[in-house]
Write a protein that binds this ligand. Structure first.
Ligand code: TYM
Length: 336
């Protein structure tokens, strides 16, 4: 058995992946895959907590598996699988649900922003899945004796709930869960929208001009970056308080090139925004071109090469997490 620490994380197949997903989650998965034993799943059960369409869901699931590989996850080392193929995620989720209060769930910022604002605090029409999904996320993590969870900053609160639930269950019934640590990057933990830098870059943003997708074509990427909102200082500085937009572009630049932000600021000290944006657009185009070429190739081989591995991995995961649900059922008195 390897004595590497365990990392578990997932991304929802609710659309194509954004540059935010890549920089905040997928890239650190790739960068750290040698360090940890990694379980990276396609969070399909989470994707149905939003409005969804059957054909699109199937297509997105395939795309995200191919994108995981195209971005550099090594399918021989990293355990990639579909969440819904491992039934224990739901089993544990129910047990945790019964130990969570409504107040805890209603406090989740993502729930408040996604659901309540739209409905004037009238919760009658909000799908329950949107409320309970952080518990499913806790189950995803706690099943695997996870040490580390790589996520963007928007998931921090869900990680805190996961840790609280684990501590609560351990105190009440005796140790059954490892307490996981969040791993949130310093830069790129919250890539912001290019048009409105007050909101994070997200698949669900109304104005899609501020959202770069990993599968966007070259012209679209260039256009989105060249028209990204900036300020009137025309000075390239990393100052999130006063120059949020340019600081966001600097984080994207630094993260994609693995360079230090201060060095980039120095490089562009006397340069204007236009030149900086042109360089950044080239960097993004180049990076995404490599990913897209690999994606095309991998997609063709999906049925033969990727799908069988996903199935095999799900069987492997099912076997190991069954031990955990068995332990939990025994500890709480569902079985002897
Ligand atoms: P999801 O699918 O919304 O996002 C997947 C990952 O991408 C990160 N991310 C970002 N990082 C930086 N800047 C952004 N603009 C940006 N947008 C998204 C997210 O923080 C996340 O890490 N509930 C999760 C999926 C999930 C999960 C889990 C994660 C389900 N179970 C267990 C970890 C462990 C979600 O909806 O992420």
């Amino acid at each position: 058995m390897s004595n590497k620490k365990i990392m578990v994380s997932g991304i929802q197949p609710s659309n194509n992946l954004t540059l935010g997903n890549y920089l905040g989650a997928l890239k650190p998965f790739v960068d750290l895959q040698k360090k940890y034993k990694m379980f990276v799943f396609i969070a399909d059960l989470h994707a149905i907590t939003n409005e969804f369409n059957r054909a699109m869901l199937l297509k997105n699931k395939k795309n995200i598996a191919c994108l995981y590989c195209a971005c550099g996850l090594d399918i021989k080392k990293t355990i990639i699988f579909n969440q819904s193929d491992v039934c224990s995620h739901n089993d544990l989720s129910h047990v945790l649900l019964c130990h969570t209060t409504l107040g805890e769930l209603k406090r989740m910022t993502q729930f408040k922003t996604k659901a309540l604002t739209k409905n004037d605090n009238n919760t009658s029409f909000i799908r329950t899945g949107l409320l309970t999904y952080p518990i499913l996320m806790a189950a995803d993590i706690l099943l695997y004796d996870t040490d580390v969870v790589i996520v963007g900053a928007d998931q921090k609160q869900h990680l805190e709930l996961t840790r609280n639930l684990a501590i609560r269950m351990n105190n009440k019934y005796g140790k059954m869960f490892n307490i996981p640590q969040p791993f949130i990057l310093k830069n790129a933990s919250r890539i912001m929208d290019l048009v409105d830098a007050k909101i994070k870059m997200s698949k669900s943003n109304k104005n899609q001009n501020g959202v770069i997708y990993l599968l966007d074509d070259k012209q679209t990427i260039i256009k989105k970056i060249m028209t990204a909102k900036t300020d009137s200082f025309n000075k390239i500085r990393y100052d999130k308080k006063n120059q949020l937009e340019i600081s966001n572009l600097l984080e994207i630049y630094a993260s994609l090139t693995d360079k230090n932000i201060n060095d980039i600021v120095k490089k562009y000290r006397n340069k204007n925004y236009k030149l900086f944006k042109e360089d950044l657009a080239n960097i993004v185009v180049e990076k995404l071109d490599i990913i897209q070429k690999k994606f095309k190739k991998i997609s063709k081989d999906f049925d033969k090469k990727i799908e069988p591995i996903l199935k095999k991995n799900a069987e492997y995961c099912t076997a190991i997490v069954k031990r955990k649900t068995k332990l939990v059922y025994k500890k709480i008195g569902l079985t002897k």
